[in-house]
Design a protein around this ligand. Structure first.
Ligand code: AMP
Length: 395
C-alpha cells in the first residue's frame, strides 16, 4: 500500500489544525461512560499541541436526524472529558460552521482547543456536501484525520474537507492502517484468522479475502451453521442463511484448493431457546437435534481452535464464537480469547466490534498486540476495499 502523509510530515507550529476525531462515545446523564475513543486521540492532539498548534476538533456522535440540535447526541460531555484528560481548558462550540464556531475558533491562541458540536446535526455531513465541506475547511489551515472508525465513509469531514486543505493522518489512523495492511501484506506465519459473529452474508468478503493470505481460517459463531449446512449436516433451529449455503460451499472448496486449513466446529452447545436459562446440551455437529439451536462452540472445538491459535505467529480475530453476552454461551468465545492472550509471541490483532467487547469482558485487552477502534472500517480494509478517508491522505 502507498504511504500516507502523516503528522510526522507536518510542522504544526502556529497553525490552526482542523482535526477529525472519533468521539462517537457513549454518554449517560451528561457523563461519558467509556472514554476509550477520547483517550485514543490524545497522542495526536498532544503532538500537535507540543508543536504550538491551535486545534479545532470535529466528530460525529450517534445517528441524529440531521435536522439540527438534538440533546441526546450532543458532544459537549466529550469536550468536558477531553479537558479532564488533557488537564487544560477545552472550549465548546454549539454549532459546526455557524456563528459560535467562528467566534470560538477566532479566539484560539497557540495551544488552545475547541470542540465543535456534532457534525451530523447537519445532514450535509453524511452527503459529503461540497458547500458544507468548504465551510468546514474555513475553520483550519491544515486538516488531520485521526478517525479511523469512519474512514470507510465518504463524508464531508472525512473526504470532502481533505480535498480542500493540506491533509495528514493522525497517529491513531496511521497505526490502524499500518497494522492492518502490514498483517495482510507481510504476516508472520503461520497466520490464523478467526471469524465469528452472526451472519455469513456480512463476513463472506472478509472470509474470501483472508483465504488469499492466511494459513488457517477458524470459523465459529452463528455463521458456522451455514457452513455446516454446506457440508450436508442438519443444524436444527440454529441461525442459518439458506441463500448463502452455496457461497459457503465455494469457500470450503477454495480453502481446499489454496491449501488453507479451514476449521469448523466439531461440537456445539445447543439450547431449546435463545435465553441464558434455556435447557442446553453439548452435541457433536452430526447430532444437532431438529428442535434445538446452536448458541456456542463446544469444548472439543474450543480445544481444537486453541491449539491452532497456539501455533500461530499472526492472529486476526473478528466476531464472537457464540452468544457471549449470555453467560451460558460465553465459554467458546472466552476459550478463544484466552488462547489468543496466551500466545504472547504472536502479533494478535482484534478487528473491532464485538470481539473487542468480548476481550474487554474477559479483561484481556492488555494482552493483545493491537485492538482496532474501527469495526466496519477494519473489515472493509481487510476485504481489500479502498477507504475514502484513507485514500485522500495518500502521498
Ligand atoms: P456480528 O455483529 O455479526 O459480529 O455478530 C455478533 C453477534 O453474533 C453477537 O451479538 C452474538 O451474540 C451473535 N452470535 C454469535 N454466535 C451466535 C449463534 N450461534 N447464534 C446466534 N447469534 C450468535
Amino acid at each position: 500500500m502507498a504511504e500516507m502523509r502523516t503528522i510526522e510530515d507536518l510542522d504544526a507550529q502556529g497553525k490552526r489544525v482542523l482535526v477529525r476525531v472519533d468521539y462517537n462515545v457513549p454518554i449517560k446523564d451528561g457523563e461519558v461512560t467509556d472514554d476509550t475513543r477520547i483517550r485514543a486521540s490524545l497522542p495526536t492532539l498532544e503532538r500537535l499541541l507540543e508543536q504550538g498548534a491551535s486545534l479545532v476538533l470535529m466528530s460525529h456522535r450517534g445517528r441524529p436526524s440531521g435536522e439540527g440540535f438534538e440533546e441526546a447526541f450532543t458532544l459537549r460531555p466529550a469536550a468536558l472529558r477531553l479537558a479532564e484528560l488533557l488537564g487544560k481548558p477545552v472550549s465548546f462550540a454549539t454549532d459546526t460552521i455557524g456563528e459560535d464556531a467562528h467566534a470560538k475558533v477566532a479566539a484560539l491562541g497557540a495551544g488552545d482547543i475547541v470542540v465543535l458540536e456534532n457534525l451530523r446535526f447537519d445532514k450535509r455531513e453524511k452527503k459529503n456536501d461540497a458547500e458544507f465541506a468548504a465551510e468546514l475547511a474555513k475553520l483550519g489551515d491544515v486538516y488531520v484525520n485521526d478517525a479511523f472508525g469512519t474512514a470507510h465513509r465518504a463524508h464531508a469531514s472525512t473526504a470532502g474537507v481533505a480535498e480542500l486543505l493540506p491533509a495528514y493522518a493522525g497517529k491513531l489512523m496511521e497505526r490502524e492502517v499500518a497494522t492492518l495492511s502490514g498483517m495482510l501484506e507481510n504476516p508472520r506465519r503461520p497466520f490464523a484468522a478467526i471469524l465469528g459473529g452472526s451472519k455469513v452474508s456480512d463476513k463472506i468478503k472478509v472470509i474470501d479475502a483472508l483465504m488469499d493470505t492466511c494459513d488457517t481460517l477458524i470459523i465459529g459463531g452463528g455463521m458456522c451453521f451455514t457452513f455446516l449446512l454446506a457440508q450436508g449436516k442438519s443444524v436444527g433451529t440454529s441461525l442459518k442463511e439458506e441463500d448463502w449455503v452455496e457461497r459457503a460451499a465455494e469457500m470450503l472448496k477454495k480453502a481446499d484448493e489454496k491449501g488453507v486449513q479451514l476449521l469448523l466446529p466439531v461440537d456445539v452447545v445447543v439450547a431449546d431457546a435463545f435465553a441464558n436459562d434455556a435447557n442446553t446440551q453439548t452435541v457433536s455437529v452430526d447430532e444437532i437435534p431438529d428442535d434445538m439451536m446452536g448458541l456456542d462452540i463446544g469444548p472439543e472445538t474450543a480445544k481444537l481452535y486453541a491449539d491452532a491459535i497456539a501455533n500461530a505467529q499472526t492472529i486476526f480475530w473478528n466476531g464472537p464464537m457464540g452468544v457471549f453476552e449470555m453467560p451460558a454461551f460465553e465459554a467458546g468465545t472466552k476459550a478463544v480469547a484466552l488462547a489468543v492472550a496466551a500466545n504472547a509471541d504472536a502479533d494478535s490483532i482484534i478487528g473491532g466490534g464485538d470481539s473487542v467487547a468480548a476481550v474487554n469482558q474477559f479483561d484481556l485487552a492488555d494482552q493483545m498486540t493491537f485492538i482496532s477502534t474501527g469495526g466496519g472500517a477494519s473489515m472493509e480494509l481487510v476485504q481489500g476495499e479502498k477507504l475514502p478517508g484513507v485514500e485522500v491522505l495518500m502521498a
